[in-house]
Design a protein around this ligand. Structure first.
Ligand SMILES: [Zn+2]
Length: 598
């Protein structure tokens, strides 16, 4: 689809009001300048979900969700931004930019491929459940205690051993050779030799339930690869798909959590054991894209990977991804079995259920697994444990949480907290979260009494008065900012200027990946606070930030001067330093003066 233009957004907004759209899903009542209703995103008995009609935004004072009419539609219909534009646009007769010829060709190939995969999945299932070739496959499933219900739920199938079957089957269905070559179903080196032969087939579905790829488990015991997957195709990017998410979606939404397992059989075993929120990344690594997909429906991810070294490493990586995306993370460690499917086989569903009820926080899991791996009484052991934890600690974005972790860790390792902070900085980690936050916080006058750092407050004023950003960016460098959320908004505004999207609230919001920051910005769009006297407020804020930056240089210079005068060395030229310091002192004094005269 062509790039989404501001005009299209404005046109849609002019034809569908947010009140009208939201009213399709819930009942709204007008009170004051807002419309109110029961929030569709969290459970409540009294309305805290509100719509500000003239601004075109919603905000829930209960769960904090906030956004434009597009965000609302995306959330309710589980579509992405371009899809929401397309569906809403078409519903009011707005022609969304014409596809180019090559776009059209790709779309049609995609659609044909999708159709092929879904028909083929049904054929594999038919062969598994109705043919004579699949005796071995059924015996195998029996042996692994996979029930009939599971076979149905996950639409398992069987790919026959016959190397000619697949091509003649699809050829007879009139799929072109050109398409079959791109289908990912045949060997790379041998055009129409099937990738999957004598394999138990797992259809891989996207969250809408469409089959986009296959995984196959070898049943012949002759293949070197126990499991193989379809390579990436027009339909399938493995880093973006989560196995089992479609099959789990109803319960995932209900519980707002998922259990992340390693493989196909683990997911199936878990579901069979009653743990119906189990899903798996495809391949070993859990990616950020997969995390973002899950985050649409869940706030917690509990990891359940194998207990070996590879499993531990995969767990650690998954926890870092969760932490980076602000997803609550927990870990289940199985005792007495390698993985859930083995536990199910050996001890049955009750044992599996019981094992999964015992979870640890991601941090606790990591600390304890490294404490048992390394000798924490020795200096090298302490350092190893700390090094293993750095990526996780570095991903933590909340100052309170990070400080709590470091304090806890300092107790386990018998090392000063300040030493750990220092060590983290030496590792090139970004600054500890609690130092990243600006020293001054602002209490918003808004409805929620939210506290913003000085930096974030400044950027919120700028994002609400974007014409001021053009001059502000000459006075405010990105390196002057220390709050990571403020840095995100600053970068976003720079990008928006480059891409010509600076005037659209909706496009600005879509550029923010972090949901909590997106909520804050959306909330600010609805608050009058950020539009009061913006020029004056910005002048003052920029002055304060300049003073802060200058004071930092002042301190550094003072340190250098102290060192230089103590050593009496010539390597540092004191007079230069003193001169530089004097200039900074004067600048600060001037800014302060101007500030007090306001
Ligand atoms: Zn809510």
């Amino acid at each position: 689809m062509a790039k989404i233009s501001q005009n299209v957004i404005e046109e849609i907004k002019s034809k569908i009001s947010i009140v009208e759209l939201v009213s399709r899903y819930l009942t709204l009542n007008k009170k004051g300048d807002r419309y109110w209703g029961l929030c569709p995103f969290h459970d409540e008995k009294t309305p805290s979900f509100s719509v500000l009609a003239d601004k075109g935004f919603f905000h829930c004072f209960g769960c904090g969700k906030s956004g434009s009419l597009f965000d609302f539609f995306m959330e309710m219909e589980h579509v992405n931004f371009p899809e929401s534009i397309k569906i809403l646009g078409e519903s009011v007769g707005i022609q969304i930019a014409e596809e180019s010829e090559s776009e059209k060709k790709i779309r049609s190939e995609k659609e044909t491929l999708l159709d092929l995969y879904n028909k083929l999945a049904a054929s594999f299932t038919y062969i598994l459940t109705n043919s004579d070739f699949s005796k071995g496959a059924n015996e195998y499933l029996n042996h692994r205690d996979i029930s009939k219900e599971s076979i149905d739920k996950f639409q398992l199938g069987y790919a026959p051993n016959d190397p000619d079957w697949l091509y003649s089957f699809l050829h007879a269905k009139k799929y072109s050779d050109e398409l079959l070559r791109k289908s990912g179903l045949f060997s790379k080196n041998n055009d129409f030799y099937p990738l999957f032969r004598d394999r138990l087939m797992f259809p891989i579905k996207n969250w809408r339930g469409e089959v986009v790829a296959f995984g196959g488990r070898d049943l012949s015991d002759t293949s070197k690869a126990k499991y193989i997957n379809t390579p990436e195709t027009l339909l399938y990017r493995k880093r973006e798909i989560v196995y089992g998410l479609y099959e789990s979606l109803v319960d995932v939404k209900k519980e707002a959590s998922v259990i992340l397992c390693e493989g196909y059989f683990d997911v199936i075993a878990m579901h069979q054991g009653g743990l119906t929120t189990a899903v798996a990344p495809l391949g070993t690594a859990f990616t950020e894209d997969q995390g973002k997909l899950i985050r649409r429906y869940a706030t917690t991810i509990t990891t359940l990977f194998d207990g070996d070294a590879a499993g531990r490493e995969a767990t650690k990586k998954a926890l870092v991804v969760c932490e980076r995306l602000g997803i609550t993370n927990r870990v289940i460690s199985l005792e007495g079995a390698k993985d859930p499917s083995e536990l199910l086989e050996k001890e049955g569903e009750k044992a599996l259920l019981k094992a999964c009820s015992d979870t640890k926080s991601g941090f606790d899991y990591l600390v304890h697994s490294y404490l048992s791996l390394y000798d924490s009484t020795k200096a090298t052991g302490k350092l190893q444990i700390f090094n293993e934890l750095v990526p996780f600690l570095d991903a933590v974005d909340s100052q309170i949480v990070q400080q709590t972790y470091l304090r806890e860790l300092s107790r386990y390792l018998q090392i000063d907290e300040s030493t750990l902070i220092h060590e983290m900085r030496n590792k090139g980690a970004k600054r500890p979260a609690f130092q990243r936050e600006a020293a001054n916080t602002f209490s918003s006058q808004g409805q929620q009494g939210t506290n913003y750092s000085q930096d974030l407050y400044t950027l919120l004023v700028l994002v609400n008065n974007r014409s001021l950003f053009y001059s502000a960016r000459n006075r405010l460098k990105i390196s002057d900012l220390i709050d990571s959320e403020a840095i995100t908004i600053y970068t976003l505004l720079e990008d928006a200027i480059r891409e010509g999207t600076i005037d659209s609230d909706e496009l600005i919001l879509q550029g923010i990946e972090n949901p909590s920051l997106r909520n804050k910005v959306s909330m600010s769009f609805q608050s009058k606070e950020f539009s009061k006297n913006p020029q004056k407020v910005i002048d003052e804020l920029l002055k304060r930030i300049s003073i802060r930056t200058l004071e930092k240089s002042q301190k550094n210079l003072e340190k250098l001067i102290a060192v230089a005068s103590k050593n009496g060395t010539i390597s540092l030229d004191i007079s230069d330093l003193l001169y530089e310091k004097k200039a900074i002192d004067e600048k600060i004094a001037m800014l302060r003066l101007a500030y007090h005269h306001k």
